[in-house]
Design a protein around this ligand. Structure first.
Ligand code: DX5
Ligand code: ZN
Length: 224
């Protein structure tokens, strides 16, 4: 079954612990978008906030670092209790030592690629990672439209992982709703990140369940 990782970026930042309660019992993990105002134009939060909300949730923390030169701050994120830390292939640090820094701390390591970045950039590292995150929007903001041109890359990534690292998971992030979620699942996604679709919903728990079975032909979720 597909895993759903709601992105806290679309939550109400004035009451994060209440927002987490809305998804705590239905989500598979919590996706945390860290932005530095340099790698992307937006700025969100850092390790202090991740540590604070760690005490409010038992979910797996899936930390997505949209920051330049993440290796300087990764030790701080390791201390937060993050379960997965994902860096970007475009982050301007050496990728392999940075991945090993995360894994040596006993934390799962992911690599993400932006929509224009070809898969072959990360192919040599595929056996080193626990997670491959394919961006289906240009990172920086929630609420953007899913870039359809990314679908062939998701299919190709699934093939690469099946061949070279079947234990690693394939995550797709950006513009996910019931229609694009179904497309991403059919292309091979194991984990869907969803920000606005979940947190802008009146019933986030139902939104997560609907999304989880979006790719299942026999699912009865949408019949009533
Ligand atoms: C975008 C972030 C995404 C974003 C997803 O830079 O990495 O995780 O919050 O939000 P939606 O689902 O609204 O596109
Ligand atoms: Zn993200």
């Amino acid at each position: 079954m597909t895993k759903i990782a709601p992105s806290l970026l679309s939550a109400d930042f004035s009451c994060l612990s209440d927002e987490i309660k809305r998804i705590e019992h239905t989500a598979d993990m919590l996706h945390l978008d860290v932005m530095d105002g340099h790698f992307v134009n937006n700025i969100t939060f850092g390790p202090v906030v991740v540590s604070a909300i760690r005490e409010k949730s038992r979910l797996l923390f899936d930390v997505h670092l949209m920051i330049t030169n993440p290796s300087r701050i990764i030790p701080e994120f390791i201390k937060t209790g993050a379960d997965i830390i994902t860096i970007h292939a475009e982050c301007q640090d050496e990728l392999l030592p940075t991945i090993r820094m995360i894994k040596n701390a006993g934390i799962k390591a992911g690599i993400s690629i932006n929509p224009p970045t070809p898969l072959n950039i990360v192919a040599p590292l595929i056996q080193e990672i626990d997670l491959l995150l394919i961006m289906s929007v240009n990172p920086g903001w929630s609420g953007q439209g899913f870039i359809q041109e990314v679908l062939p890359k998701i299919r190709e990534a699934k093939g690469l992982l099946k061949r070279d690292n079947p234990a690693a998971e394939l995550e797709v992030d950006g513009g996910i709703n019931l229609e694009t979620g179904k497309q991403a699942i059919e292309a091979g996604a194991d984990i869907l990140v969803a920000g606005s679709f979940v947190f802008n919903s009146i019933d986030p728990g139902k939104a997560i369940e609907d999304l989880r079975c979006a790719g299942t032909v026999t699912c009865s979720c949408h019949s009533n």
